[in-house]
Design a protein around this ligand. Sequence first.
Ligand SMILES: *[C@@H]1O[C@H](CO)[C@@H](O)[C@H](O)[C@H]1NC(C)=O
Length: 184
Amino acid sequence: MAMPRTSATLLLALAALVALSVACNNVPSMSIYEACDKACSKVWQPKVWLCQTTLMAAKVAPTAEVTVYTVAAANAAIKSYKSSMAIIDRLLENPWLPPGEKTAYDVCKDRYGKALEYMTGVTNQMSICAFAYPRMELFECTYFVGNCGDYLKDYKSSPLFDANAADQNNTFVAYYLGGLIVGK
Ligand SMILES: *[C@@H]1O[C@H](CO)[C@@H](O)[C@H](O)[C@H]1NC(C)=O
């Protein structure tokens, strides 16, 4: 059936609008404060502040669909994973690393590779309102980034230690905000 020209144009305009704002059925819109409260208040007040800081740094709209916030937090996590991966590569260039420390960085390199893949999946899928995988992917990211952290316990003075702590924070924010949509 041929569609009248005007409604086709309207549909195109609507599609563009949807792509811009990620409008998903059944996903609520709220303010940054409300989203961070709902996502993190049962956890620990500092996590609520962490969530707010992350979203404000990402320059998201003060009121938006929770998908928008989750994607923004996931993008922040991706950025911080990439910077940690660069740190790992630089550290692994040192031929004199003690074996235990080298193992820790090798493990972390592997874990970050997986976390990056999963977090990228989260942004790609949430951007098109696909919610079948993000729950598992977000959970896996907390596991992989945390597992790298476990290997770094004896290397607290390593630059990767602090970077990983920041990554764990970013992962946490994405995981908890995503949890508002897909559960934890
Ligand atoms: C991680 O977040 C906590 C608040 O939950 C904060 O106290 C800590 O400084 C953060 N760590 C890093 C490395 O950003």
